[in-house]
Write a protein that binds this ligand. Sequence first.
Ligand code: C2E
Ligand code: CA
Ligand code: CA
Ligand code: CA
Length: 279
Amino acid sequence: VKESGRNNISFYDPQMQIEILQRKQMESDLEHAIINDEFSLFYQAQVSNNNGVIGAEALLRWFHPKQGIIYPDNFIPQLEETGLIIPVGEKILHDGCQKLQLWANIPEFSQLTLSINVSAVQLLHEGFSDYIKQLVARFEIKPGRLKLEITESIFIENIDATIAVMNELANYGVLFSLDDFGTGFSSLCYLKSLPLAQLKIDKSFVKDLLEDESDIAISKTIVNLANSLKFNVIAEGVESAEQQALLQQIGCNNYQGYYFHRPAEAHEFEAFTLDYNSH
Ligand code: C2E
Ligand code: CA
Ligand code: CA
Ligand code: CA
């Protein structure tokens, strides 16, 4: 095995050994994190031109006892590979629905929606829709306050099963938003067969919006597409007043981004909402 060519993996490759060990360490860290309850949700405001703060996106954070806050891009892939995304995903949905119950009883928050990211592995896991329905019933929330954010990657495998689960939940009243639209495996023909409520303009299109004609064209196209399909549209990654103004000009009236609010603990998001909506 030592004499390995370019495409062969040598058993004694020290780099490989290190990677295998790191992977194992990560998996055991993640298992500990679940047991020690180190995962929790941050909330980022979603703002509309006419109605102020209309909701939030829940974003997962890992509060590591030694390393501090770890961001999801650094561990979601491992959660998915190990299947640990199922228990973690259930905790996220549980905490999110519990938060919606709390908001429902406070007039200033009772109309807020909460967007929760769900990956393909979760959606296709047996019992996903039942789990959601149970939470909605248990916390006595309006299903329409809950918005599930999916990405196009969800359609790479098992499109029919995915659509079936989405239809079941959409009929129940849960909303769906298509995140990262136009950045991956897009197929326009799925759009009309999906029970979507919203398209999200990805932050990669918003980033250089002011300088890049093609980003403007793409964003316009997404807005027009959303309008014709009767979906709502929101732009993420809005970092400046100029970006907001341009988005508004092309017909996008809902925004999420650092210009408005950075993801934060629930109480901070709630204080921001009270303040923003009182002006
Ligand atoms: P995403 O769903 O596209 O979430 C948007 C990301 O953009 C978030 O990063 C957010 O903090 C960041 N962001 C918000 N406003 C701005 C802005 O104005 N400028 C820039 N440059 N970035 C902004 P975050 O929180 O690190 O999450 C990264 C990704 O991890 C998410 O991308 C999502 O795919 C995934 N993720 C986060 N939470 C969850 C979760 O609970 N479950 C699952 N399955 N995935 C999650
Ligand atoms: Ca998202
Ligand atoms: Ca996105
Ligand atoms: Ca993303």
